[in-house]
Design a binder for this molecule. Sequence first.
Ligand SMILES: NC(=O)c1ccc[n+]([C@@H]2O[C@H](COP(=O)([O-])OP(=O)(O)OC[C@H]3O[C@@H](n4cnc5c(N)ncnc54)[C@H](OP(=O)(O)O)[C@@H]3O)[C@@H](O)[C@H]2O)c1
Length: 107
Amino acid sequence: MSKTALITGASKGIGKELAFLLAEKGHDLVLVARSAEALKKIKIELEETCSVSVHTLVVDLCDAVSAQAVFDEVKKEGIDIDYLVNNAGFGDYNDEGKNHRHSRRHE
Ligand SMILES: NC(=O)c1ccc[n+]([C@@H]2O[C@H](COP(=O)([O-])OP(=O)(O)OC[C@H]3O[C@@H](n4cnc5c(N)ncnc54)[C@H](OP(=O)(O)O)[C@@H]3O)[C@@H](O)[C@H]2O)c1
């Protein structure tokens, strides 16, 4: 039986990569980030290629009410969350001017 994962910060970077990995394992997803267009593209690609259900939430998690908004939306949609990947944040890490970000398969 498929499980459902909620991933914050899923529009790019590590969160996006995890979305693809979990979808490839057949898990349904709830993807959270601020970038509506990026989330929409990921949803379309994952639903087409992995035959999973992807729900997107455009939310700024810096807002004080955002966590409640995510909870309310998930509850309203009747989605049970099995896994939480609470990943949203900043991803630029530099060491002596070098950027250590890895190239990403899905960008
Ligand atoms: N990359 C590394 O080497 C590294 C190392 C240690 C820890 N981390 C941590 O791992 C996490 C992901 O890193 P990454 O390299 O994948 O980062 P990234 O490529 O910058 O992606 C960050 C993700 O978080 C989302 N996000 C940022 N602020 C948000 C907000 N206020 N509300 C909702 N979503 C927000 C972004 O989406 P939107 O812009 O669309 O909202 C994006 O999807 C971060 O928490 C970072 O601190 C990364």
